[in-house]
Structure formats: C-alpha cells, structure tokens
Design a protein around this ligand. Sequence first.
Ligand SMILES: NC(=O)c1ccc[n+]([C@@H]2O[C@H](COP(=O)([O-])OP(=O)(O)OC[C@H]3O[C@@H](n4cnc5c(N)ncnc54)[C@H](O)[C@@H]3O)[C@@H](O)[C@H]2O)c1
Ligand SMILES: [Zn+2]
Length: 649
Amino acid sequence: MLTQEQKELLARSGLQLNHLDEKKLCHIAKHPELSKDLTDSELIEFLTVANALYRGGVAMISDADYDFVFQTELRKRQPNHPLLHTVEPESAFTGKTVELPVHMLSTDKAYSFKEIERWAGRIEKAATALNKPFADIVFRVTPKLDGYAAYDDGQTLYTRGDGRRGTDISRVFDRGLNVANGGKRGMGAGEIVISKSYFQRHLAEHFDNARNFQASVIKEKQLEAHAEQAIRDKAAVFYPFAQLPDWTGNWEQLSSQFKDIIESIWHKVDYDVDGVILEITDAEIKEYMGATRHHHRWQIAFKENVETAEVEVLNVTPQTSRSGRITPVAELEPTRLSGALLSRATAHHYKMVLHKGIGPGAIIRLARSGEVIPKIEEVILEAEPQIPTHCPSCGHELVWDNDFLICTNNLECPAQITHSLEHFFRVLKNNDGFGPATIRKLYDHDIRSVDAIYQLTAEQFEAMGFGPKQSQNLVDQLERSRSEAIEDWRFLAAFGVFRMGLGNCEKLLSHYRLTEIFELTEQDIVGVEGFAEKTAAIVTQGLVKIRPLFNKLYQLGFNLISSQTSESDRPAHPLSGKLLVFTGSMQHGTRDDMKKEAKAFGAKVGSSVTGKTDYLVIGEKVGESKLNAARDKDVTIISEQKYLEMIKQ
Ligand SMILES: NC(=O)c1ccc[n+]([C@@H]2O[C@H](COP(=O)([O-])OP(=O)(O)OC[C@H]3O[C@@H](n4cnc5c(N)ncnc54)[C@H](O)[C@@H]3O)[C@@H](O)[C@H]2O)c1
Ligand SMILES: [Zn+2]
C-alpha cells in the first residue's frame, strides 16, 4: 500500500486514481511485468502516478522498472503518446509556475557506442551544412548528475517543471544552500545534489535515498535538522552544469579513447551519477540542430546497464552460424535485467560450455550492457553440460576446431547457406527485402546461391508464394543493388570469406585490384599491412572457395567503385591521386555521392582544408573561413561547374 507521504503528495498534486485502485497500483509496482495486462488508461495512470511520486522524492518503483514499463509497454502500444515525446512533468509542488528563461529538456539516451556514433554522424551532417570542418567541432563530456534539476537565473531558482514553465524555489538559497565549489549565482541549469559519502555517513538513517533528501530540501515544509546541517556543511549544493569537471576534444579523440574518457568522467564527482552527458559547444551548430519537444538534438546521455542477475539455465541449444561454427545459446528462466526481459544468452563456444559446466540447472551470472544480447559472465553452480555431436541444422557430424565445434558440411548445411545468403544482401546494404523470412522461403524452393537469386523473375517469385507487389519489389531491389554504386571492398566483404570483413577487404583492395586478388600468393598478402601469415593463408584458401560464385556475380555488372587511388593505376585522369575537399551545397548530387564519385576517379577526399589539399570544390553558400583557409594554404579553389568539367575528361 502507499505510504502516508505518497498519498499526501498525490493529493497535493491533484492526482486521483480513476482507473486503478490503490491495491492494483501497488501490485503492478511490485510486478512490473504484469503491466502488459493493463488497459491503456490504466497504464497511463500507472506511469503518471509513478512519475509524480518519483519527482516528489517518494518513488514507488526503481528507475529500471519504470523504464521497463515506459519503454516496453507504452512505446510498444502507443509510440506517439505525448508522455514519450515531452518532458516528464513535475507535479510535486504547489505554487505559481513561471516561464523558464530557457527550455530545460530531458535527454536523448544511448546505451552503446554505435548509438553515439550515429549521433556524431548527425552532428557531422549539420557541420557540413554550415561549412564547418567536423574535425574542429569540440565535444564536451560531463558526468550526468542524478539530483534535482533546477535553473538559476541569478535572481530566481526554478524547477524544471514541464520544461517550459517551472516553479519558483528560490527559497532553497534563502535556506543557505550554496553553489558548488564556491561558485556564483546565475550560472543557468544545474542540479541540487548531495555528496554520496556524506549521505552514507550522516543521512542514510534519516532518509530512504538521496532523491528523497533532495526533495525535502526543496519542499515548502520546514527543513529537518539533518537537512539543515547538510546544507551548512556544503554537502548539499546546487551544481551548475557549466562548472562540472569535463573532457573536451574533437570526435577523433573522443571516439578513439571512448571507453577511457567515459570511465574517467563517470567517476569524477562524489555525487550520484547515472551516466555521462555528451554535447557539442559550437553555438551555431546547436542552434541549427535545435530540439524536439523532448530533448536537444546536440546533446545525448550515455548510460550503461551493468546490472547483473543470477539466473538458472533451462537448456543450452546449439545454433549453426554462417561459418559453420556452433554457437551455444542458453535458454534462461525469464529474468528482468536493466528493464528488459531476458530469456536467452550466448556462451562464447562449446569449450566454455564443457569446461565451465553450463548445462540445464546451472546457475550463471548474467550482465547486460546496453542493448546487446547478454553474455554469460560467470558460472556460479555447474551442471552436466550437453555437447551436441551432430549439426542441429543438417545432421552432419561435428568436429572440434580449437575451442569451437564446427559443422564442415558447408555446401549443404541449410543454416550455413541461408545465413550466407542473408549476409550477402546485408553487407551490400544497397537493397531491401532480403531478410531471414524471404531467404528462408527461397531456400524452401531450392534456391541455394546468390547467383540463383539474381536470375529470378517476378513470376518466379510469385510462384514461390510471394505476393505480386512484393515480387516486383524484390526484382526491383535486385536491380537497385546492381545499379547503385558501392565500394569494391564492400562487394568483396559480402562474400563472407573468413577473416575478410569490411576492414580487411578495404586494406587488400587499396593495394590490389578486385580482379587481381584471386592470383595473389600468401606472400603477396603478407606484404599488405595488417595481414599476418596465418591470416594470409586462411584468406587465400577462402578466396579459392568463392571464386566460381564471384566470377558469376561479377559478370552481372555491379556498379563498383574502385579503391585504387595510386597514380600509376590511372595516369590518364587529372584528378587521380589529388586530395579534394568539398564545401557548400552542391547541385550535382549529395555530398556523399560526390565524394564516392571523386574516389571512383582516383581522387582522395578530405573533410578540412590543409596544406596537403589540392582542390577546394565549392558549391553554394560557402563560409568565408573555408575560403580564407584555402587562400592561406595556396589551395586551388574550383567551382562545382569546373569540377564537373574536370571529371568528364
Ligand atoms: N522511479 C520512477 O518511478 C521514475 C519515474 C519517472 C522517471 N524516472 C527516471 O527518470 C529518468 C527520466 O528523467 P528525465 O526526464 O529527467 O531525463 P534524463 O534522465 O534524461 O535527465 C535529463 C536531465 O539531466 C540533467 N543533467 C544531469 N547532468 C547533466 C549534465 N552534466 N549536463 C546536462 N544535463 C544534465 C538535466 O537536468 C536534464 O534535465 C528516467 O531514466 C527514469 O528512470 C523514474
Ligand atoms: Zn550443418
């Protein structure tokens, strides 16, 4: 049941239970997974109440549980619900609301480096649009304080409210609250926080948690003696974000030491922190990117889900991968971890299953970080493992290859064939529609190779049971995949040769032409930087295997961009080997297309003007700074028109 304090807070906020009764509300709070059985109005009421209690410092559920219901139920049922797209309102305080001097929004959240990369990609786009070299853009990383958000304009302190209007809580300064580190008033947005170590030592007995304490500092109610003391001891302070310890640098620095930077900033302050904030400092780009109703596009919070749980293994199922390796997948007793319901995890390989005793009934420790499939961290209680002897897909006998069990029936194993087909289209990227379901259906109709897929007509697709519209679309997509330009290394990587991922393909093809690689000896390949002897041997063997398929597909006339840039290869073209920088908006195509095209002529493309740049190609609306840089460095400036004439030569 709700506590007296929680009830009072709901009453003060004017919140009444119309759809849920108290018993049901508390039952769901205890078992958030039951929220799936709530009606829509019950669900909204549940979240509204949870949010009000949380903002008032008397939360009824943990953040992870709240996020679970919020993300899985609400987002799934009503992706456009205003709760998802606006700042969660604070309703804990009575009193007149006032317009905030600036909007205080929530933050967009990322749980993996991939998501951060995509965010940086959007910033690069904005920088390009404003003719600013991306390499010059400064990123700032600060700890994400988990306190009570407020805005200080020097006169008044406001709550975040609904992000646009907040409540005047200047009284907390009248009560003696200090700005962190002896800082001044009027530094804008920040949070009211309490020192972690101080809380443990002096407050933990009197307050349930830090949030509960922070809320008490803000309330109109007379302060408790311990809270007053914490303020006098400067353990509770208002910390403006502008004054937080930070890391600054450009994207290249940030991305290359991402883990270390996050780790060090995360632990910089003695306050509760629930992530780090990444943002850019360039005022023009910030303005250009703007905000949604929920968050600023130029800012993102990086969070880590590092909660762990002990879970029972129900069963371990073998799964055959594209390369024939057998992956052990543990089926688990369904467990909620960091807000997600998990029922499977992978072990690295069968040697681990064998040696660590991962069998039905084993107890393992599971860690979930971000959105990736969880890995088995540790085995707490061993159980008899079950080691498969035959491939689950084709029944072929399995053999050990170091730590891995493998199915060597590469040419006939359904799992290996279908995964290879999917892999081809996925890596190529310039197509849609060839996912697992389509590929499975094709396989069931005896289609076994990429080459055979390219021979299919719309009628044949229809005969296999695809609808008329989908059939035509699949044919169109096959055509698109051949006509849309792609890099030759991407094409090669799509064949899935072991050890020839995108990176290695790019390395190899920057030395040799696509048509030459099948004649290369191991020695030739070792001569390419990044290939050790062992890899070279595996690669030559792998290339022999794919050669027949490669030849067939190569005949189909894919629109390949050659990686060859050295002058001896293309003596004829005036742009060959030249370093170009594009700036401004172009008429001929998107900036990306033009870069690809330039590379196809053997040119190199940079993002900022340096002493090594040969040509600055300018479109419309070009910033003066880039032009000046080009003039200073003696770089030849050419118009888009002139450039188009040059590439036609
Ligand atoms: N337990 C519950 O019942 C419950 C209910 C509602 C919400 N929540 C939790 O609240 C979170 C959502 O809250 P939110 O809307 O405040 O969003 P948020 O967590 O994205 O926080 C955004 C805020 O971060 C603050 N911030 C802290 N450090 C900062 C820094 N260095 N730079 C810039 N800003 C910084 C700002 O005040 C900003 O308003 C969710 O994660 C959820 O778990 C929990
Ligand atoms: Zn098999």
